[in-house]
Design a protein around this ligand. Structure first.
Ligand code: FES
Ligand code: FE
Length: 449
């Protein structure tokens, strides 16, 4: 039995009993299979509307191991192409973002339009005898692109179900982030990017559900600012059947610092209550949208966990603000985010040290790779019929249901030949989903491969 056989992976990931082998965080063959079966099929976050608002604006990002260019078109749509020249596979664009009229490959000069067409080939006559059919050699385009309230996602898989099904119950929770004010959110310019020597899933699983770590890991940072930090905390954990997770703390919009950010948030309490209702307005939550897109409240942080190898990932982190907030609030949010969750932030470095050391141990050890890890917290105490919150919910802030859901979904992707469709939202929750769907558009794409 090979490492990547369904039976072997099933042994490694016993999500039902909360037992996960760390082999899935270090094994190179499992990592390669992950790129193929998970990242080539799942919907992956690309960027937010505000990151590329104008025609010709582009973002250079990754879908799993592959570099992609997301480009705003003249009609406002977004198209996503493999950032690889059709001649010898060189990157056609190396800038992180910007605005371009076209993209010239720096190897031999093939040039592509923002719509992905091959528009210029040097020496077409003297080298190719005018026999190269340029129409056949445009950029490879991803199979589907769609957005939800300004968050753009893409998938390489033409058989992937619509983004709405992929997000499922997560729509209810993510609205507390992207729909909390009439103008929506804005991503402030500039991504902070850094490398961790660990496995990308360590970050993704933590943001989906691991409030438990914060009390200890962040005792020297968050605990110093607020000695009552997370003491007697009340909240829930949401575990999505689609693999997403959300940890929510109740009653958080009641204490505000006397600074521009605190005063702004205080001024928004009533409006947010009216917009979101008590269930979500007076809360803060962190999330992971399966597989590698997360958010962290407070520092208002969106981030991607980009895989770079079994034991290496890059964190790409953006700061978000209400689009309509005053400039001084945006500046304050940026400063707060850099101080806490930037690459050298006082909170971020706490987490990075854990992930890095775990990565070192798995890389060097053998016995440490064989010892099952425990994901049993709250198992058996969750409900699929919470009267308020959709999805599988634990009425406790500490729990590991989101992680179990994450690895259940991971296992399904890793072991399914077809796109692993699962049961959608519970019937009594469809009403909310239908209203949220008004904001979603999907753009099927034909590949130019
Ligand atoms: Fe791009 Fe040759 S690799 S032009
Ligand atoms: Fe943390």
């Amino acid at each position: 039995m090979s490492d990547t056989d369904a039976a072997r992976l099933g042994e490694l990931v016993d999500w039902e009993n909360g037992l996960i082998s760390p082999e899935i965080f270090i094994n190179d063959r499992i990592y390669r299979a992950e790129l193929e079966r998970l990242f080539n099929r799942a919907w992956l976050f690309i960027g937010h509307d505000s990151m590329f608002p104008e025609p010709g604006d582009f973002l250079n990002t990754y879908m799993g191991g592959d570099p992609v260019l997301a480009i705003r078109q003249r009609d406002g749509e977004v198209r996503v192409f493999l950032n690889a020249c059709r001649h010898r596979g060189m990157k056609i664009c190396r800038a992180e973002d910007g605005n371009a009229r076209n993209f010239m490959c720096t190897y031999h000069g093939w040039t592509y339009s923002t719509a992905g067409e091959l528009i210029n080939v040097p020496n077409l006559d003297t080298a190719y005898f005018n026999e190269l059919d340029q129409r056949r050699w445009g950029l490879v385009e991803v199979a589907q692109v769609a957005q939800y309230k300004g968050l753009w996602f893409a998938t390489f898989d033409p058989t992937a179900p619509p983004l709405e099904d992929f997000l499922g119950d997560m729509l209810y929770y993510i609205d507390a982030w992207v729909d909390r004010s009439p103008g929506g959110i804005e991503v402030l310019p500039g991504a902070v990017k850094w490398t961790i020597h660990g496995n990308w899933k360590l970050g993704a699983e933590q943001f989906g559900g691991d409030g438990y770590h914060a009390v200890i890991t962040h005792a020297s940072s968050l605990g110093t600012f607020d000695p009552t930090f997370l003491r007697d905390v009340q909240g829930i954990e949401f575990a999505s059947r689609q693999g997403h997770g959300y940890s929510m703390i109740f009653d958080r919009m009641t204490r505000f610092a006397d600074d521009p950010l605190g005063r702004y948030n205080e001024s928004q309490v009533r409006a947010r209550l009216e917009r979101l209702g008590e269930d979500r307005a007076n809360t803060v939550g962190n999330f992971t949208i399966f597989p590698n897109f997360s958010g962290l409240p407070g520092s208002a942080n969106l981030r991607m966990w980009h895989p770079k190898g079994p034991n290496e990932f890059e964190i790409w982190s953006w700061t978000i603000v209400d689009r309509d907030a005053p400039e001084e609030v945006k500046r304050a949010q940026r400063t707060s985010a850099a101080f806490t969750e930037g690459a050298a932030g006082v909170v971020e470095t706490d987490d990075g040290e854990n992930w890095d050391l775990i990565g070192q141990m798995l890389e060097r050890g053998t016995q440490t790779r064989r010892m099952a890890w425990n994901y049993q917290m709250g198992n058996g105490h969750e409900s699929d019929n919470d009267p308020v919150y959709p999805g599988r919910v634990l009425r406790n802030y500490f729990g590991e249901g989101p992680q179990r859901a994450f690895y259940r979904r991971w296992l399904e992707f890793m072991t399914s030949e077809e796109w692993p469709v699962v049961e959608q939202t519970e019937p009594d929750r469809r009403e909310h989903r239908a209203s949220a769907m008004g904001a979603l558009s999907a753009t099927p794409r034909g590949g130019s491969r």
